[in-house]
Design a protein around this ligand. Structure first.
Ligand SMILES: [Zn+2]
Length: 617
């Protein structure tokens, strides 16, 4: 690729026109030249080789472009002097309507912007299984991982998500915090309210572009869509300099229409334009051509960053994303472990490691601290309840495990024989440290930090008490045990009902019976007992008698967190109520207790979603 797209790097006040025009004229005259726009721009234009001479002339003869480009020249020199810009970098200004400008930098080596949507697309798939603390925990880890943009939620469609976006915007300061909204003026206003506390806020507007969505879902004409796109982008730009627009279902849309939309939304102020393969339908080569076409057919494309968002319905999300990067896209939207709607999104760790491992092929770089990948993957899996398949690339349990004798022999002689990546480079610990009964607060704090947790004083005390209790029951406390118990503690933070006591009798002759005591939201203690077909069924029947929320159990699974008979058992359940799925998880050395905790957890999530829903309507 001989062209390089922009990255917005810094914002500053625009130098005044007077400061610029005069020295510029003097400079030209000193060189014996005439002040024709085209003379001024030749040096600038060299850095935009995609523009034809005719393009340049057309663009540069416009007065506003003249002023715009003059400012580039002077402000750039200024930034180099201040050491904020490398002299091998080049950039353009984008002038905002609030009298400020920001610089789009074209770096000497192309960097890909990693846009993480685990908390939006991923969370959508997790059936609202993340509470606000868990979302914040993941956002903090994404910050440590070094993602450039965190899409924190879609608050207009999920009222519970509003508070989470607001909190993340306040607490997580390094990355851009992005909020998704559909193309509706009111929705844009509301979304801004959620994200406005961020240090670097972004509003992301999504609107369908394919005929199939237009005619059958939205019932709008192409012109109406274009109008909605532009007016909402313009509205968002009133609030915020960083606005992304997504042409949903782009891979099934006529390219000419996509390009028309992109040109219009960039003109209205969009600074990132996203071309998603929303339904996972694209094939790499065709998708790459669609991206490349944007650079050829959208005259103002260099004023925005081109982004892609691929789904994995045909297992091609990562392949399509990489092909798009190869053909000029410079932002990629992805999720940890590839979680997301249906078959999921492009997996962040696979994209990042492909770019890193095959630098010879891509000649690209990212800002990601790859040694944080494994930790992030574990955290997301733990908190969302989506296990990682053992053979998953990069982060699966077997990803770096060799079983063939020939391979093992080769790796022992020289890892490079069969390992294209060093497991340490993705942060897989060389040996698993074990804590025990004698481990104190200090060791526990250190272990937590290494696992990626940063708990408040109060949460730490609770987790430490739980750790001590576990260490009494179990000789070795491993990392997985710690992750499991911290997650359990976090789950109980925002409870409506709290499990107090549980007593179960069962066996092959008796009738499985469970007695349950709960604390209700109003502090009242409730108790009841029930029979069931087995101990877990009895527990659920007893809880149902106390809580009385109709639901259907759709999934129940138990797994042990570590090896050994004394291991923690982790129960994951999914229940359905009014068409929405809620996930519940519980962990305990007693699997019946874990099952009860998981059920209470799912009911609490259901009640919390209902409460949030009724508040907003
Ligand atoms: Zn998506």
């Amino acid at each position: 690729m001989d062209y390089k797209p922009l990255q917005w790097r810094c914002k500053m006040a625009i130098p005044s026109e007077k400061d610029i025009e005069l020295p510029l004229l003097q400079e030209i005259q000193a060189a014996g030249g005439e002040a024709r726009p085209i003379d001024l721009y030749d040096s600038v234009a060299r850095h935009f080789p995609r523009l034809t001479q005719a393009d340049r002339e057309a663009r540069y003869q416009r007065t506003d472009d003249l002023i715009w480009q003059n400012r580039v020249r002077f402000a750039r020199n200024d930034l180099i002097k201040k050491g904020e810009l490398d002299s091998s970098d080049w950039g353009i200004w984008q002038i905002t309507d609030r009298g400020r400008a920001r610089l789009g930098v074209i770096p000497s080596r192309d960097r890909v912007i990693i846009f993480d949507t685990t908390l939006r697309d991923g969370e959508q798939a997790a059936g609202g299984s993340l509470n606000i603390q868990e979302k914040l925990e993941i956002a903090r880890q994404l910050e440590r991982l070094g993602v450039d943009v965190i899409e924190a939620g879609f608050p207009v469609t999920s009222p519970g998500g509003f508070e989470a976006v607001r909190l993340i915007a306040q607490e997580v300061r390094s990355p851009v915090i992005c909020v998704l909204t559909h193309a509706d003026l009111k929705a844009v206003d509301q979304s801004w309210e959620a994200v406005k506390g961020a240090r670097q806020p972004r509003i992301h507007i999504v609107l369908s572009s394919s005929d199939i969505h237009l005619f059958y879902q939205l019932r709008k004409s192409r012109d109406e869509i274009l109008e909605m796109s532009c007016s909402t982008v313009a509205r968002a730009r009133k609030y915020c300099d960083d606005v992304e627009f997504s042409a949903m279902d782009a891979s099934r849309t006529e390219p000419e229409y996509i390009y028309k939309i992109l040109e219009a939304v960039i003109e209205s102020g969009a600074t990132t334009v996203n071309i998603p393969d929303t339904v996972g339908y694209a094939m790499p080569d065709a998708f790459g051509s669609l991206i490349e076409g944007a650079f050829k057919n959208v005259p103002n494309i260099h004023r925005a960053i081109v982004s892609v968002h691929c789904h994995n319905d045909l297992g091609l999300a990562v392949a399509n994303s990489l092909e798009a990067l190869r053909r000029g896209a410079r932002q990629v939207e992805c999720t940890i472990n590839g979680i997301g709607e249906r078959a999921g999104n492009a997996s962040l760790e696979e994209i990042v490691m492909a770019i890193k491992t095959r630098q010879d092929f891509f000649n690209l770089t990212t800002n990601i601290d790859t040694t944080q990948i494994y930790k992030t993957s574990r955290l997301v899996s733990e908190l969302t309840g989506f296990p990682v398949q053992p053979n998953k690339a990069i982060v699966g349990a077997n990803a770096f495990r060799h079983s063939s004798g020939l391979h093992i022999d080769g790796v022992i002689k020289l890892p490079l024989n069969y390992e294209i990546m060093d497991p340490k480079s993705v942060g897989i610990p060389a040996s698993s440290l074990v804590l025990g009964k004698t481990s104190g607060r200090h060791a526990f704090t250190e272990r937590l930090a290494e696992l990626g947790y940063s708990l408040s004083e109060e949460n730490f005390s609770r987790a430490f008490a739980a750790f001590k209790e576990l260490a009494d029951k179990k000789k070795d406390v491993t990392d997985k045990d710690i992750e499991s118990l911290v997650a359990e503690e976090q789950r109980t933070l925002s409870e409506f009902y709290h499990l107090d006591r549980i007593q179960v009798t069962c066996g092959d002759r008796g009738m499985p019976t469970a007695a349950i005591r709960l604390t209700a939201p109003d502090g009242q203690v409730l108790a009841d007992a029930a029979l069931g077909t087995g101990p877990v069924d009895a527990v659920y029947q007893a809880i149902n008698r106390l809580v009385g929320v109709p639901n259907v159990l759709t999934e129940f699974s138990v797994k042990s967190v570590t090896e050994g008979i004394d291991a923690i058992g982790e129960v994951l359940i999914r229940i359905e109520s009014e068409g929405v799925t809620y996930t519940g998880r519980g962990a305990d050395t007693d699997i019946i207790v874990a099952s009860a905790k998981a059920y209470i957890n799912a009911l609490n999530r259901l009640l919390s979603a209902k409460k949030a829903g009724s508040k907003s309507s």
